[in-house]
Design a protein around this ligand. Sequence first.
Ligand SMILES: Nc1nc2c(ncn2[C@@H]2O[C@H](COP(=O)(O)OP(=O)(O)OP(=O)(O)O)[C@@H](O)[C@H]2O)c(=O)[nH]1
Ligand SMILES: [Mg+2]
Length: 291
Amino acid sequence: MHRLPRRQISRDLTRVANAPVSDVLEAIGDTDVPPAFRIGITGPPGGGKSTLINALVAERLGNSLETTLAVLAIDPASPVSGGAILGDRIRMDAIADLPGLFIRSLSSRGARNGLCDNVVDLLALLEGHGFSEILLETVGVGQSEVAVHEVVDTLVVIVPPDAGDSVQTMKSGILEMADIVVVTKGDQPGAQRMAADLAAVLRARAGREPPVIQTQSSGVGVAELSAAITAHHRWVTEQRPATLSREKRRIYHLKALIERQIHEALRSDQQIAQGTLSQSYDRLLANLRVT
Ligand SMILES: Nc1nc2c(ncn2[C@@H]2O[C@H](COP(=O)(O)OP(=O)(O)OP(=O)(O)O)[C@@H](O)[C@H]2O)c(=O)[nH]1
Ligand SMILES: [Mg+2]
């Protein structure tokens, strides 16, 4: 049985989440642990992600005593889904005490891509704590939310039967990135049709056709989903050498750090836009070296 240092992990996450870029590397710590298997769960607000994760977590932990699982839920913190944080807490309390499980909900601080701008730092920190799997919940519907694809191994896109117009947006965005598609709320009218519609759209695409799985909050379909996730992970591991995944992640992480450093440097220098363009450019570069 695993006894996770939950308070310590939680404190570390808070520290990294609030650290300026200059302090982030130290806060994460240089660890040499194998990367965790990262699973992304994304889909429209209120689509049933947290409910699904609740059931999925029990399923994945139940299968193995070796598995330790961290759930990181990114709350958009917008007025629309402002209730999400409380909702997540209520629903996830039921599983929060499972051995080997750690759950944390974080605000995306208004980032437009559905992720915290420092989500890669947080994932690296969790990996440093030795989790074998990390589940990342993000709200995503449109083109701008595809960033999540870059930071996970297996992307599960959920679509509720009542998704309405947002399905069209998803078809030209996040659905193209899906490794597995889940139609949630299978007890509601339209679920069957939604699943058939999505399967048809995905079948028409070249390349690997993602499975479409129907789930219900009663637990129907969750074992099937977990098996599909494991199968996809196996496929990825066979297709792509681990070194390549690690390099891809490293580059994404570097880009994220530098991007934030640019924002920090721009914010701290009110005069940056004065003078010629090349003067501004030099000044920004100089600021970056200082911060
Ligand atoms: N009828 C039905 N309702 C469901 C099912 N799964 C989830 N819901 C309901 O859908 C609502 C949203 O569920 P959540 O799991 O919080 O959805 P979410 O995608 O995590 O929501 P946000 O984090 O706010 O974006 C809740 O009221 C759930 O009770 C289901 O299988 N059937
Ligand atoms: Mg949720």
